[in-house]
Ligand binder design. Structure first.
Ligand code: NAP
Length: 292
């Protein structure tokens, strides 16, 4: 057990969400601040939706370094900030706020965290590659925008319902110029006619605990050696989709790395120091082991 010492100079950051009790972030960041001997502390802020404007104003009033923003505030926080990064505006959601002497800047590190995890854990550079993204919600949006900005050759959005996928496809084509196709999940029993892609990103909750037996409708023939299959779920650590893909020789990753690198990015934005990656990874893994 480590002890955090709060001094008169301690700088404060944290996470705003509702609820936030389940968050792994406080342990991960506080371990990192201690490792770097930084006089910073990271605390959870449970902010009811109706109080979000007051909570954002408090970032200025209390001179917080910045905050992470999570469900249900990621979209609602946008009009309350002074500046929004291009990526966060494209995604339509903010997950990190930086307080630059009272000017609140919103960014989104979901896609950047995903990319860093992909590069560092699989060595796969998506430039010039084809990608299938399963889902069209917030996470799929962040991943798709980042892949498009990273020079991916073509994106196939594979979603259960048409509306959200069509809206995301339109945004990607108009704002980034990347070619995008939409494919819908087949009706029960029907076969999917998708052609294999270099990269597969699973960005729906299908397969997540407690429904770990549910699986996305992709045939085994979709997977192949050399393909990278990135599952955004990290609970369970191995989904059925990951097991099936791994059996064919595909390289599989779960979402813990994406979570870790988002933390690394916020840490670096707030402190200007290189994040202690291994300490952050260990504390995330400890939180995860305790929980399951
Ligand atoms: P979201 O905005 O609610 O979007 C959910 C997407 O999944 C939609 O495309 C939805 O399809 C589809 N979906 C949901 N339930 C489904 C079901 N039963 N059958 C088929 N499709 C279903 O959620 P999100 O924020 O994008 O999160 C998606 C996943 O990514 C979650 O598992 C989340 O934990 C994970 N995630 C991980 C990280 C990380 O750091 N590793 C970060 C963010 C999210 P429709 O359009 O048809 O409704």
């Amino acid at each position: 057990m480590t002890t955090i010492v709060i001094s008169g100079r301690t700088r404060i950051c944290g996470i705003m969400g509702y609820p936030v009790g389940h968050s792994f972030s406080p342990l991960m960041y506080n371990a990192a601040f201690q490792e770097r001997a930084l006089d910073y502390v990271y605390v959870p802020f449970a902010v009811e939706p109706v109080l979000l404007p007051a909570a954002v104003e408090a970032i200025r009033a209390l001179e917080l370094v910045g905050v992470n923003v999570t469900v249900p505030h990621k979209q609602a926080v946008l009009p309350l900030l002074d500046e929004i990064s291009d990526e966060a505006r494209l995604i339509g959601a903010v997950n990190t706020v930086i307080n630059d002497s009272g000017c609140l800047i919103g960014d989104n590190t979901d896609g950047k965290g995903f990319l860093r995890s992909l590069l560092e854990q699989s060595g796969c550079n998506p430039a010039g590659k084809t990608a299938l993204i399963i889902g069209a919600g917030g996470a799929a949006r962040a991943v798709a925008v980042r892949l498009a900005l990273s020079g991916v050759k073509r994106i196939v959005l594979y979603n259960r319902s048409k509306e959200r996928a069509a809206e995301l496809a339109k945004l990607l084509i108009e704002k980034t110029g990347v070619p995008v196709e939409v494919a819908l999940w087949p009706e029960k029993g029907a076969k999917s006619l998708l052609a294999p892609t270099d990269l597969v990103v699973q960005a729906t909750p299908v397969g997540m605990t407690p429904e770990q037996n549910s699986v996305v409708p992709l045939p085994d023939s979709f997977f192949r050696p050399g393909q990278v299959v990135f599952e955004l779920i990290y609970n369970p650590e191995q989904t059925i989709l990951m097991q099936r893909a791994a059996r064919t020789g595909a390289l599989v990753l779960n979402g813990l790395g994406m979570l870790l690198y988002q933390g690394v990015l916020s840490f670096e934005m707030w402190t200007g120091e290189v994040a202690p990656l291994e300490v952050m990874r260990e504390s995330l893994q400890t939180c995860f082991n305790r929980r399951t």
